[in-house]
Design a protein around this ligand. Structure first.
Ligand code: SAM
Length: 241
């Protein structure tokens, strides 16, 4: 009988993210490069000595808890990539409902601030605000990247949708001092079509997604090339950040 090692993990820090909700977050890191977050380390892990030399690496692995997922799990799950119909083994997926609820994301390390503790600026993440982080490690392309690796039912990034803006939304963007950055994040997130997989073929219904302090309303339509595209109708400011 093998020994079991029940373990208690203590977060080394938490994420302050541009994603207040799970809805709308891209399914993997790197799909929305404009998505920024702060990883704020907690005492005693917020010792600047602990990150000495880390700024020489451009990317890091973040190990975290899917704290917004229930602790329960099932052996079979329905990946959105397969339309939410086909079932595959939980260990053959990156599903959020899994044993121990551990997540792993490769993100870009933008900068490190060691004044009054340690805060890392990250970009291209897929983490909801408040996510507890258990560990970080530098990314080693020669060790972590495998040329020609097979990736099963997810052989390539998701197909992206064209995104356009109504006149109202364009006017609202022009009024923002950070309008270009807000626009870039909206385009990258909506291009992933955050609607539930079973709605991907439908058009007309208005949906909303929160990005930082913005409430973004959008709808799907068929563009003049016959493709499903997403139109941003309205961008309201002032929600909780
Ligand atoms: N890259 C990670 C991995 O492979 O372990 C996460 C992949 S998972 C499919 C990405 C989704 O996790 C996001 O789209 C978001 O909805 C969800 N998510 C992000 N942070 C979470 C959290 N703290 N708790 C629960 N779900 C979370």
């Amino acid at each position: 009988m093998h020994a079991t090692h029940p373990t208690t993990l203590e977060p080394i820090g938490h994420i302050e993210s541009c994603y207040p909700d799970k809805f709308g977050i891209p399914r993997q890191p790197g799909l929305a490069p404009s998505a920024k977050a702060q990883l704020v380390l907690h005492a005693p892990y917020n010792d600047p000595l602990a990150v000495r030399g880390l700024d020489a690496f451009s990317h890091i692995w973040v190990t975290f808890l899917f704290h917004k997922s229930p602790p329960s799990w099932t052996p079979l799950v329905r990946p959105p990539r397969l339309g939410g119909n086909a079932k595959v083994g939980v260990f053959a997926t990156r599903a959020t409902h899994r044993p121990n609820r551990l997540g792993l994301s490769l993100v870009e390390l933008v900068s490190i601030n060691t004044e009054g503790g340690v805060a890392l600026t990250l970009s291209g993440h897929d983490l909801v605000d408040g996510t507890p982080v258990f560990d970080i490690k530098p990314y080693l392309p020669w060790a972590d990247g495998v040329e020609g690796a097979r990736s099963g039912f997810a052989p390539a990034p998701p197909v992206i949708r064209p995104v356009c803006f109504s006149q109202t939304a364009r006017t609202q963007l022009n009024a923002l001092s950070d309008g270009a950055a807000v626009k870039a994040l909206i385009v990258e997130v909506l291009a992933q079509d955050p609607r539930p997989a079973y709605q991907h073929g439908s058009t007309g219904r208005v949906h909303g997604v929160r990005l930082s302090d913005k409430d973004v309303r959008f709808r799907a339509f068929v563009d003049d090339t016959g493709r499903i595209a997403l139109e941003v109708i309205d961008i309201a400011s002032g929600g909780p950040t």
